[in-house]
Design a protein. Structure first.
Length: 173
């Protein structure tokens, strides 16, 4: 590996999807996007579905990944993910249909927002949105993230707690 470089590997259940020597990497984690340069401190993070960009020979390259994990150690970045796609492999018509199907399924779903069925439909929606974003035709901002669902549930719980706290106490007899 060249001085001042990182070894980037992206692995999926099907095997090695990408192996490159790069100058930098940017990836989406559940805590926000982060960047990696040679000499980065060791890191283990949960990946969020989105766009990974890397710089190779001065050119920026982007790919889409699904959820997973990333480990940074000794100038090596290894991403373990359930999905991977390059821009040239995105079929925008098929992807728009996938997004439409996932949106409609979420609208019809009777389950709770945190249910396994809901989260699976949301995962499909997010993956379609990431592919469209990579292609250069991002969907409208109506896609809900996992954290928005649970943050909304927490907000509802907090509001209930406030209402209970604000309610007048029953007199003790």
């Amino acid at each position: 590996m060249a001085e001042g470089a990182l070894e980037l590997e992206i692995l999926t259940p099907e095997g090695v999807a990408l192996r490159e020597t790069v100058q930098s990497v940017t990836a989406p984690s559940v805590e926000g996007e982060f960047g990696v340069l040679p000499g980065h401190r060791p890191l283990l993070a949960a990946l969020q579905t989105g766009i990974v960009s890397y710089t190779k020979d001065g050119a920026e390259v982007k790919v889409a990944v699904g959820r997973g994990f990333v480990e940074i150690y000794e100038d090596r970045a290894v991403l373990l993910t359930d999905h991977f796609i390059r821009k040239e492999d995105v079929d925008p018509v098929r992807t728009r249909l996938d997004l439409k199907d996932a949106d409609e399924a979420l609208d019809r779903l009777q389950g709770e927002p945190g249910s396994a069925e809901y989260l699976e439909m949301q995962r499909k929606e997010l993956w379609a949105a990431a592919r469209l974003t990579l292609y250069g035709d991002p969907p409208p901002p109506t896609v809900h993230t996992h954290s928005q669902v649970f943050d909304g549930a927490r907000l509802d719980d907090e509001e209930e707690g406030k209402e209970e706290a604000e309610a007048p106490a029953e007199p003790a007899h």
